[in-house]
Design a protein around this ligand. Sequence first.
Ligand code: NI
Length: 133
Amino acid sequence: MKVKRFGVSLEEDILTELDKLVEKSKFPNRSRAIRYLIKDSLTKEKIDSNKIVAGAVVIVYDHHKRELNNNLMHVQHEYHDLILSTQHVHLAHDLCLETIAVKGNALKLKELSDRIIGTKGVKHGRFVMTDIE
Ligand code: NI
């Protein structure tokens, strides 16, 4: 795709924050960071639409927590038509990492990820998605 250049004016403190992001996230330059931020923001907008998107719900949890495994399984079966695969990795004695690959209506996927990440006992969760149209 053709790349176009354009000028961007930013307050100094925002530019400092941008440079910190570039360094922290190992972007090769400011352009790549800005490109990433724009793409990310546009994708987030699609979450409120009825578009078909794909992505992954990534969670970390303690499998010793009572009923947690059952609850997570229950939610996944409820949304089975949106789930492509589930990968479970035993990270440590009591920590599990689960990556749930999903595809479907953006709103439904958001609902599914909110329920999974919001399940009591899930320590950390993130839903990443991308436009596939
Ligand atoms: Ni495990």
